[in-house]
Ligand binder design. Structure first.
Ligand code: HEM
Ligand code: HEM
Length: 182
């Protein structure tokens, strides 16, 4: 497969590395909230959730920089212009909402709640805004609803990728898998 038909090795590392962190952070977030008494009595899982998820804020800067300087492979000609536009908008939503908006909303929530975020468990992030308990419920609702919306978005994204591979039998998934065209 020629380079033009595949993402670069760096783009693949960033995609799969961030996908792994994202999916793990999503599940840890759910468990931290909904099994609080059983599994998160000392807020250890909340700490892990914030430590992992905040790394996405660093990686997204690298990823967008790389993406702007390295073109994605062309979409298959078998995709209609409408589907190609849909895929483009879907990717924009993944970048803007799942990879930037959601971590930022978590950062905002922790800032209004006056709670620390240790990036990778090591580096204290400065607060985005002044603490303000009157905004707590709003910030919590924004993060929670956005997280669930993104769960649907990412789940749909993975299903569409599998559909390309197993039903349409095109090169969309192959172009993001390791070892092709690197
Ligand atoms: C700097 C980044 C982030 C911070 C500071 C943050 C903070 C938090 C906090 C404090 C909670 C509540 C945990 C608890 O009450 O024990 C939470 C819940 C949650 N977070 Fe995040 N988060 C961040 C990024 C993310 C990302 C990237 C995702 C998705 C991968 C995510 C998904 C969730 C989910 C699904 C919940 C549970 C929502 C619910 O059902 O109530 N968060 N987050
Ligand atoms: C979990 C299984 C996943 C699978 C099977 C998957 C598969 C793929 C594939 C095949 C592409 C290339 C699409 C194309 O060329 O049109 C892609 C691109 C992309 N994926 Fe995923 N992905 C997964 C998870 C994620 C997650 C968790 C995120 C972020 C939260 C994500 C964000 C993106 C973005 C933003 C692109 C667009 C890349 C670009 O062209 O700049 N993916 N994914």
């Amino acid at each position: 497969m020629s380079k033009a038909e595949s993402y670069t090795a760096t783009a693949k590392w960033l995609h799969w590395g961030m996908a792994l962190i994202w999916v793990a952070a999503w599940f840890v977030g759910i468990v931290a909230v909904h099994w609080r008494d059983e599994l998160n009595p000392q807020h250890q899982l909340t700490f892990v959730h914030k430590a992992m998820a905040s790394v996405l804020l660093l990686l997204i800067v690298l990823r967008v920089g790389w993406r702007l300087t390295h073109a994605a492979p062309a979409m298959p000609a078998t995709m209609s212009p409408l589907m190609q536009r849909g895929a483009f908008v879907g990717h924009l939503l993944l970048y803007g909402v799942a990879l930037v908006g959601l971590p930022m909303s978590g950062w905002y929530w922790s800032s209004v709640a006056d709670k620390p975020i240790l990036l990778a468990g090591l580096l204290l992030l400065p607060p985005l805004v002044e603490p303000d308990q009157s905004l707590y419920d709003l910030a919590k609702a924004i993060h929670t609803y956005t997280a669930w919306l993104c769960g649907v978005l990412v789940g749909g994204h993975a299903l569409v990728a599998l559909k390309h591979h197993f039903i349409d039998k095109d090169n969309v998934l192959a172009g993001m898998l390791p070892g092709r065209g690197d």
